[in-house]
Ligand binder design. Structure first.
Ligand code: SF4
Ligand code: SF4
Length: 343
């Protein structure tokens, strides 16, 4: 709680949203890894991927890629009157609450997986590729991943993304290469982790897994629209310097050719572009309505007025919900680290 409050204080004090948000997210991500890997190192039950492959992990990424299976199971539960299997009261309900409160900002403020590629994307600082952009169509890859894996998960009745493509699996369990299939899965997951969580982000400075692979990111880009938080570019103030295009870690700002850059629906409200724009032309808004522009700390506004800004509202929601999720594993991770240090 103290850590969350410190992050909120630093955001308000410095006016830099994304820098302190990233610190928060990266700490959460590594606490998650420590918590789960510490369990796995003890080789307790569940540390290996030996459970029946039909089992879907309790995970938001799995939720999106097995949504057809979940819908079918709920249909069967309803039809047979097996109310205890009525799953939306659990993970689906949590997802709804977080989506209503944060929308796509989940991926930048809460996702304890997103903090992994976010951390590596910042590690090399000025030595990474700075002016890196991809053709706009490439940014639709996660939508393709989502549709593909949702369909083959349904037809095979197994969580195919989890078993064959999700590098995050490596952070929670060990793989047990007992047969050729499991060995192939192990190799693919390791390659995916090295490329999309470590090397890609290190070299490009982008969140490669989140921006080009994660099916939940695509899912949330669709459903996140129910949430009113937006990032809005004011064309009047924009000088077309393109700094925001190069800075966006999820490649969610189109270059715009000779025109103004354009923020596309994959934006996950990280605030990096808000921080870098020298003209204050980008701001957090509610449904794109004018918010009075970017607030710069010490720019003449009273602290009370700043608290009412949309930016503060988003920071509040992000930190409260992110802190609540972190509370599930951060204390355990701290205890594990303390024990290891004192041993
Ligand atoms: S950084 Fe600001 S001024 Fe430069 S292109 Fe982006 S919105 Fe326009
Ligand atoms: S458009 Fe801005 S707020 Fe949205 S993901 Fe890119 S840098 Fe972050």
């Amino acid at each position: 709680m103290g850590f969350t409050a410190a992050i909120a204080f630093l955001v308000m004090k410095t006016g830099r949203v994304s820098r302190w948000r990233a610190v928060f997210l990266v700490v959460m991500a590594w606490a998650f890894v420590v918590r789960f890997k510490a369990q796995a190192v003890g080789l307790k039950a569940g540390a290996f991927m030996t459970e029946p492959t039909q089992e879907v992990p309790y995970c938001h990424v799995a939720l999106s890629s097995t949504i057809l299976n979940a819908a079918y199971n709920q249909y069967l539960a309803l039809k047979s009157g097996a109310w205890r299997q009525w799953g939306p009261l659990s993970l689906g309900f949590l997802w709804l609450v977080f989506t209503l409160a944060l929308g796509q900002a989940w991926c930048s403020w809460v996702c304890y997986f997103g903090g992994l590629d976010e951390g590596f994307s910042r590690l090399l600082g000025r030595f990474r590729l700075r002016r890196f952009s991809l053709p706009p169509a490439v940014r639709d890859l996660p939508a393709g991943v989502l549709i593909f894996f949702a369909v083959i998960s349904m037809t095979s009745l197994t969580p195919m993304f989890c078993l064959w493509a999700c590098p995050i699996k490596l952070t929670t369990s060990f793989l047990d290469p007992v047969d050729a299939v499991r060995k192939a899965q192990t190799v693919i997951l390791v390659v995916m982790a090295a490329g999309t969580l470590v090397l890609g982000p290190l070299i490009t400075g982008k969140r490669v897994f989140c921006g080009l692979v994660c099916p939940f990111g695509a899912w949330q880009s669709l459903w996140g629209q129910v949430n009113p938080f937006r990032v809005t570019l004011d064309k009047e103030s924009c000088t077309r310097c393109r700094l925001c295009v190069w800075a966006c870690p999820t490649m969610a700002i189109e270059h715009g050719g000779p025109g103004h850059p354009r923020i596309i629906p994959y934006c996950n409200r990280c605030g990096e572009c808000v921080d870098v724009c020298p003209e204050g032309a980008i701001s957090f808004t509610l449904l794109g309505l004018p918010s009075g522009g970017q607030v710069v700390a010490g720019a003449g506004r009273s602290p009370l007025a700043e608290l009412w800004e949309v930016r503060s509202l988003l920071v509040f929601c992000g930190l409260v919900l992110g802190g609540a999720v972190g509370g599930v594993f951060v204390p355990d991770a701290l205890r594990t680290l303390a024990k290891a240090l004192l041993r």
